[in-house]
Design a protein around this ligand. Structure first.
Ligand code: FES
Length: 140
């Protein structure tokens, strides 16, 4: 009698494989005016999966810190527990960081205007204004 194991010995292979759901993500790139449609499994980052599908979107750090990949969610649900660069206030305003975001439904998102999220988060701390030359170091 042959005692070797084969795939057909498995009681029910279908019950052993956990399939993740895949969602359709529409991304409107405001810089180029193009709209892309991606298929992203629920356990994959949207930015990385888009790149594998040939879609190039803005990014820099890929760690959820710099906000270069920020989008505004127009519809759908997104999950981004590692988005440390995005304030709770901006999350409530439907912003998300695609480099560390997972889909939880079909989604429609649009990219930010250049530095939009940075300005919203930090603009009040680094207000644009006239700089007085020499101050405050010219008091010697
Ligand atoms: S690329 Fe920096 S936060 Fe996404």
């Amino acid at each position: 009698m042959d005692s070797s194991y084969s795939e057909s010995d498995s009681p029910n292979p279908k019950t052993q494989i956990q399939m993740s759901r895949t969602y359709t993500i529409k991304v409107r790139d405001r810089a180029t005016g193009k709209t892309y449609t991606l298929q992203v499994p629920e356990d994959r980052y949207i930015l990385h999966t888009g790149e594998k599908q040939g879609v190039e979107l803005p990014f820099s750090c890929r760690n959820g810190a710099c906000t270069a990949c920020a989008v505004r969610v127009l519809s759908g649900e997104i999950y981004q527990p590692e988005a440390i660069g995005l304030s709770p206030d901006l999350r409530r305003q439907s912003y998300a960081l695609l480099c560390v975001s997972y889909p939880r439904s079909d989604l429609e998102v649009e990219t930010q205007d250049e530095d939009e999220v940075y300005e919203l988060q930090f603009g009040r701390y680094f207000a644009k204004g006239r700089i007085k030359a020499g101050l405050p170091l010219d008091e010697e």
